[in-house]
Design a protein. Structure first.
Length: 336
């Protein structure tokens, strides 16, 4: 039998399209209630941009749980730290941010988010070695240890930066909006969407098309076999934790720029939303988290416009509805 015949005989994984279409379905349902086409387009564009920022933060948590089986409740500390690292870069570069040069504006933005990712990734290594490593395979102790680590990290942030909010101005090129008739789309939201898509594409490419991704996924399925082949899975998993922390810092920096301020509680605020996203998406599924991030952001935007009082609980309602439909999430990982 030829290799082609063998490949043809192997069962192919069925790709489900309906879960990926849930954000589109929500948008189509909301459109008649919103009424105005320009308002609908503005809300939708804003929701997609917010979804990309949420995904950037949540994808780090997805990687850590999906690849390492670690419940990291300290993830929010890295989100907050990323926001503050961005201030350390952007405040001294205020001249670049205020410049009329788009290149200088882009350089200031790129340096801020890269610094946030690098610093959080490096401290993620320390967090994993000191707090997470002793509790591998023990979910209850992981929760307690990482919550304790998050509290310590938040108090250190207060000690270093103080309790006051630190204002953070967008670079000049990203202020204002693109106007198409009656529709206005903020420039920064377009940038956030591009960055979020790049993060998703990069994660998908690395996990599915590279040797490192193959080893990580193989290590999750059968760690002993991969180690018997001579690979150090523990080092790979440390790298995964660092990558998850770096993504949290990157998302925190972008969210701080979007809000125009950095404060120590921003991490705790978005940690709950990150967990909602990974539960809706399917525990450990990067693609599921991507769809879920857009879904919850769109629902929050539409609910905030149509019924502001319901906006705060819209994400919980969305999670309940999805889990009633698909108890393991939109795209569950095998064995979860």
């Amino acid at each position: 039998m030829s290799a082609l015949d063998v490949g043809a005989a192997l069962p192919r994984r069925k790709i489900e399209i309906l879960p990926a279409l849930t954000p589109l379905i929500v948008a189509l349902v909301a459109a008649p209630f919103v009424g105005s086409a320009s308002t609908f387009l503005t809300l939708t564009a804003a929701g997609i941009a917010m979804g990309m920022m949420i995904f950037t933060m949540a994808s780090g948590l997805t990687l850590v749980f999906g690849m390492m089986d670690v419940l990291n409740f300290g993830h929010g500390a890295f989100i907050a730290l990323g926001a503050y690292v961005a201030t350390l870069v952007l405040l001294p570069l205020a001249g670049w941010s205020a410049s009329d040069s788009v290149a200088l504006n882009l350089a200031a933005f790129a340096l801020a988010i890269l610094a946030a990712a690098v610093v959080c990734g490096a401290l993620g290594w320390l967090f994993e070695r000191l707090i997470v490593k002793p509790v591998y395979g023990q979910h209850l102790r992981q929760i307690l240890a990482t919550i304790g680590g998050a509290i310590i990290a938040e108090q250190l942030i207060y000690a270093l930066w103080g309790p006051d909010q630190i204002p953070l101005a967008l670079p000049a090129a990203f202020r204002g909006s693109f106007v198409f008739g009656d529709t206005a789309i903020e420039k920064y939201r377009v940038l956030a969407t591009v960055v979020g898509l790049a993060v998703f594409a990069g994660e998908t490419l690395i996990l599915n098309r590279t040797k490192i991704g193959l080893l990580i996924r193989a290590g999750v399925e059968n760690r002993e076999m991969v180690e018997a082949l001579g690979y150090r899975i523990d080092r790979l998993f440390v790298g995964v934790f660092m990558a998850g922390s770096a993504l949290a810092g990157l998302g925190g920096a972008m969210m701080a720029l979007y809000r125009g301020q950095a404060h120590a509680t921003i991490g705790a605020e978005f940690l709950v939303l990150c967990f909602i996203v990974i539960i809706i998406g399917g525990l450990g599924s990067v693609g599921g988290s991507f769809v879920a991030s857009i879904l919850v952001a769109l629902i929050a935007n539409y609910a905030g416009f149509l019924a502001p009082k319901l906006a705060l609980v819209s994400n919980i309602v969305a999670m309940v509805v999805v889990l009633l439909w698909r108890p393991r999430g939109l795209y569950p990982v095998t064995g979860r």
